[in-house]
Structure formats: C-alpha cells, structure tokens
Write a protein that binds this ligand. Sequence first.
Ligand SMILES: [Zn+2]
Length: 327
Amino acid sequence: MTLQDAKRLLSQWTDRDHRWITAPVTVAALLVLLVLVKSCQGIAYYNSDECRIHRLGYPIEQAQLLVNTLSDSQVDSLIARQEHDTIAVTLIRARYFIADNFDRYLAFHKRDTTSAPLSNIIALVNIGADQDRATCSVPCDTSKGQLMLVNGRHYLDESYKPDSLATFGRSYCYEEQKALPVVVDAFMAMQQACKEQTGAQLMVNSAHRSYQQQIAMHKRSARGYAAHAGYSEHQTGLAIDVTSLEHPMRWPFDKSEECAWMHEHCHEYGFILRYPKRQSLVFGFAYEPWHLRYVGREVARRIHDEDITFDEYYAYYVGREEIKDKR
Ligand SMILES: [Zn+2]
C-alpha cells in the first residue's frame, strides 16, 4: 500500500456519512497508516537480495551491480556463501566477463595457485580450460560456418566435410592442396601483397585434411603438433599452414621477414594467427607461426585489434549468443 492509497481510503471513510470524525483523528490515523506502510517497505527492503548482499559487506552500489548482473541462482549462492568476496565486483567490471561463468571464475580463482591476473582467469574459464577435456568435449557447432570453433574441446565427427573445396594453383603450394574457395582467394591476395612488399613468396604447406588423413598425420607426427582426428581445424577447410619458397621449413620460416609480414598483415585478408606465441604461455598450446585460420576480414581485424585468441573471441562474441538463445 502506498501513501496515496492510504489517503484515498481515509477520504472515502470520511465521506458525508462520517462527518463526526474530527480532523485530529484523521491526521493521527493517517500517520499510523504511514508508519505501517513505511515499516512494510523497510521489512521488504531488508529481505531483498540487494540488502542481503549489502549486509555481507558490499557497498550499496556494488550490491545493486551484483543483483542486476547475476542470475537469481547466482545471487542465492553468493548470499549462501556468507562472505564478502573481494573479486566478485572486479570480475563483473572486467573485460570479457560472461555472467554465466561467474561461479566458475570464483572457483578457479580460489584453487589457482599461480596468482594469475584476473584477465587470465576470465580468459581461461571462458575457453573452458577450467573443465576436464575428457568429460567436457562437445561437438563443434558447424552452423557457425567460417566462425566454427574446433579445438581440444570442440570436435568434428568423422563424416564432416566442407561444402566445397577449391584447389590452390601450382604457384601457391608445394603439392596439391585444397581449401574453401574463399580461403584460396584470400591467400592468393595475401601472397601477392607479401611478394610486393618483401620479395618473398608465401606457399601453402598443408590445407584441408580429411578425418582419415588427420588420423594418419597424428600417427606419424611429433607429439603435440598434430591434433587427434576430429580436433583439427584443417578438417574445416578454413586452416592453412604457410611457409615460403625462400624458407620452406617451418622453423627457419618463423624467423623470416615474410613470416613477420604475414603475422602483421594476415588479418587484412581475413586470416588470424591461430596459435600466437604470447598467448601460448597463458593457454598452454604450442606456438605455431605457420598456422593461419580464416575467419573473414571483419572478425580477423577485431581479433587482431583486441589481441585475443580465436577461442576467446568465440566464447565472448559467438558462444555467448548460444547461451542467450537457450534462455
Ligand atoms: Zn596447421
């Protein structure tokens, strides 16, 4: 009941048939009603999520932020823990924070013994590094097209084949290689620009690999570099391994001028360096200076500008849409 409701009730009560009620009584009744209303409002606020979180030690403004950002069940578990978690609000204000992952960030932070910065904790949880690979692997969502995510936790089944594959011309690869047509076109443009600016000729070492080819490659590869069948981006037709005519071997290539050029400019052609050196320390993958992944120019530019991996990009900009869709 609001104050307006109380006034209206009293005015009805003091109509023509009840003129005997004097003004002081009316005022007193009004005051009693007002006190009752305010008391009810006070009790309601005392029992609200905002006030309960505030009583854990969070300032009002932070309590409001937590209530407005987290789901009801997350708020309940935050209150149930009965402690003022100093990183809760810092997490929410951090870049790439995903509300659905809130409890996992807190759990990861508690068990992390390396004192990793919060940005790393957010990145690692977002890409699922806090979960067991063996039990948390999920099928790749191929409906995402050129943004589909294939990694150690997202796999393609044996039957998956790209819709169409185009063959790279002889001046673009050492032996016949195929990829999605859009990838072939983008590589041709990039090769030409690289040649004009560095004098070196980029070449495709390896592109599309079927599930069966990946099985064979994994068997003969050095441990760590060839993924298990189903877990390789090469099955998508969107990934290429690149070296150059001048430096055909992968490791001398990584020190070459054309490799540096490719890392700096590949986003202009829709490619990203899928396993960059700097992030390999955080995520624990092997640095692959030759492995490019096609994602389209707009996405590649964003990944380049924000200096994030494709896994992080997918979690925040693509996977988060999936979470919304399920609601
Ligand atoms: Zn590769």
